[in-house]
Ligand binder design. Sequence first.
Ligand SMILES: [Zn+2]
Length: 138
Amino acid sequence: MIQQIYPQVAHNYRFELNKDMNFSSAHYIPHSDAGACGRVHGHTYFLNLTIAGNTLDDAGFLVNFSTLKQLIHGRFDHQLLNDLPDIQDIMPSTEKLAERIHELVQEHLNTLPNKAVCLQVFLRETPTSYVIYRGEQS
Ligand SMILES: [Zn+2]
């Protein structure tokens, strides 16, 4: 969300990049515990990615902001999440979506020579609800 202060991740990397974006998606939670969330409905998700690393590429980037937007917004915006190949095998809860976004971002970062890492995915589903996913803690 624009100008929101997000929870900070302690680290010793030289550079930290944060990318905000939002996307609008429909979903439903096909589970007996989901209540009203079992019916198809939509959210405007607000996402913040925290990425860190020690070295930059030839363009002076840790990672290209526009590539991140294409990777996530391009994939999830104006989609029914349950139908997407990336999501169809998981419950499209905020928690699982945050975990999947982390995987997609880290998979992209792994293709880059400067080996940046995704430290945090902050995913707000509603004005009163959000999830933070930080990957496996070592
Ligand atoms: Zn929902």
